[in-house]
Ligand binder design. Structure first.
Ligand code: FMC
Length: 274
């Protein structure tokens, strides 16, 4: 894998494509026209919907008939903003969190909307031993899975599915985000096996969607970034679920502020300016 210097900060696959065609490199110098923001929970999504006065699709043509996925869209100056939320589970009525729904909506949104950039925004647990506190907002430098154990050579690496996120040093500075590695799994809690894998991933934060969004975005050669606000301290005293629910609304305000500032910064800029 080339180093960030060799790829000029782009994800390696984007750099490979640019070398082969010359076209992708040119695209990084055009102003970004369309972003897709993938958000798992309604509580996280709605403040941004009202902030940017986004309207909900009602024609039902973007996604397959019957799915609960919701797309909101609108403009901030020259930037087309799409916010996609996988909606409420059709059987149970709760937010469709986790990697399966995140992968599906990321795939469908990229296919339908051809964004220049994907932003996965949401909440996460944080490790205080690595410097995380409740309310901190992180930009993930790298993402990987911690619950896909396949102890066979090379399949083990496939299971971990490590991806580097699109490198945005200027955005990071402008929005004043912390930078750290993100580990993704399909559980809110953490088994002892997960804990070992999260440590091996050298993660500061833990969520349930990031690495899945990264996999799909990489597959379709779309740069992706990850903005995550810390709702709970994983290596703290309080039970995760309790702490998560207690802090969700307050921490979401920090998340939405960070995403708003990111949108302001992205408008009018090229990928290579980020
Ligand atoms: N572990 C895993 N996920 C989360 C977390 C934690 N300690 N805190 N917050 C989250 C995020 C997940 O990405 C889900 O979208 C949601 O919040 C919890 O169901």
């Amino acid at each position: 894998m080339p180093s960030p210097e060799e790829t000029n900060g782009e994800h390696p696959s984007a750099a490979i494509e640019a070398d082969a065609t010359g076209g992708a490199d040119e695209a990084t110098r055009q102003p970004i026209s369309t972003v897709v923001i993938i958000i798992a929970m309604q509580t996280e999504a709605l403040p941004l919907v009202s902030k940017f006065q986004l309207s909900e699709d009602t024609d039902g043509i973007l996604f397959p008939k019957g799915v609960p996925w919701v797309r909101y869209h609108g403009k901030y100056k020259d930037l087309n903003i799409n916010l996609v939320w996988p909606g409420k589970d059709l059987l149970l009525g709760v937010d469709s969190v986790g990697t399966v729904s995140a992968s599906l909506v990321t795939y469908a949104s990229i296919q339908a909307l051809k964004p220049d950039l994907v932003i996965n925004a949401g909440t996460a647990g944080g490790f205080k031993a690595k410097g995380a506190s409740i309310g901190d907002v992180y930009m993930a430098s790298d993402v990987a899975f911690h619950d896909r154990r396949i102890p066979i050579p090379v399949f083990d690496q496939y299971g971990i599915g490590a991806r580097r996120s699109f490198c945005t040093p200027n955005l990071l500075k402008e929005v004043d985000l912390k930078l750290g590695r993100l580990s993704t799994g399909d559980s809110l809690d953490m088994s002892p096996y997960d804990e070992g894998a999260i440590l091996a991933n050298d993660a500061v934060i833990k969520d349930m969607e990031g690495a899945a969004v990264a996999y799909v975005a990489d597959l379709l050669s779309v740069p992706a970034i990850f903005i995550k606000a810390v709702t709970d301290i994983i290596d703290g005293e309080k039970p995760t679920a309790e702490e998560f629910l207690q802090n969700l609304v307050a921490v979401t305000a920090n998340l939405d502020q960070a995403v708003t500032q990111a949108i302001y910064f992205i408008n009018g800029r090229c990928l290579s300016d980020l």
